[in-house]
Ligand binder design. Structure first.
Ligand code: PGA
Length: 256
């Protein structure tokens, strides 16, 4: 069974003063790694300093995207090797904001994931439908298509995390309902089992989209939900740690 992961996604937020929030998470018992893993994916500018201050704790740090190349003439980009060198353990790939704002395709995301795995990072590959796709009854086709094309051929299950993030739920306060989440997470689990066999059951599938301390317990109790990818509510340690506490309790009652 997959180990629970609560991952924060700071997006383009955070100055050095906000490293105090990272310090608070790193030092908190909810992030001690007893039953769940806790990760903060930070802007590249904060990553190294955060890794240094989290040393000796269970808190993991990650990036939010990476280039497909190891290095080179790609102004403004960050490579997976650079993230790993800074101390990151994970990188978010294919977030809908990258897919829509930067025009990243599933093929590009697969190439980024290959680079990430090559650098020893775990890839958190995001999938999710838009509101128009949901209203058009295309949810399962969209998710299956994104999964099929975004997970690289060479990936092994231990290197992967999948995040289901309905685009219409991100930053909007609209959370997918338990039935909607269960349906998509079930489809993702089946896809992973078809592809990786039994080991597909060990890949964490995170829910993302307006998760907060008030709704986390209900979402985390849904079948095949193995954690969360948390945006806005990860910026303040007090909120983020409440979500971690819910996940700890849930993992405990599931006997993990
Ligand atoms: P949100 O963002 O929690 O602010 O909706 C989630 C995400 O985009 O990863």
């Amino acid at each position: 069974m997959a180990r629970t992961l609560i991952a924060g996604n700071w997006k383009m937020n955070g100055l050095r003063a906000d490293l105090e929030e990272v310090r608070a998470v790193a030092g908190a018992p909810e992030a001690a790694g007893t039953r769940i893993d806790v990760l903060l994916c930070l802007p590249a500018t904060l990553l190294r300093e955060a890794c240094v201050l989290a040393q000796g704790t269970a808190l993991r740090l990650g990036g939010q995207t990476c280039h497909t190349a190891v290095k080179g003439a790609y102004t403004g980009d960050v490579s997976a090797h650079m993230l790993a060198d800074a101390g990151a353990s994970h990188v978010i790939l294919g977030h809908s904001e990258r897919r829509s704002v930067h025009g990243e395709t599933s093929a590009m995301i697969a190439a980024q994931a290959e680079a990430a795995l090559g650098a020893g990072l775990k890839a958190i590959i995001c999938v999710g439908e838009t509101l128009a796709e949901r209203e058009g009854g295309q949810v399962l086709d969209v998710i299956a298509g994104q999964l099929g094309a975004s997970i690289p051929e060479m990936a092994s299950p231990g290197e992967l995390v999948i995040a289901y993030e309905p685009v219409w739920a991100i930053g909007t306060g609209h959370v997918a309902g338990p039935v909607q989440i269960a349906e998509v997470h079930g489809l993702i689990r089946q896809h992973l089992r078809d592809r990786f066999g039994e080991a597909g059951s060990d890949i964490a599938i995170l829910y993302g989209g307006s998760m907060n301390p008030a709704n986390a317990a209900e979402i985390l109790a849904v079948e095949n939900v193995n954690g969360g990818l948390v945006g806005g509510a990860s910026l303040r340690a007090v909120d983020f740690l409440q979500i971690c506490a819910h996940a700890e309790r849930q993992a405990g009652s599931a006997g993990l």
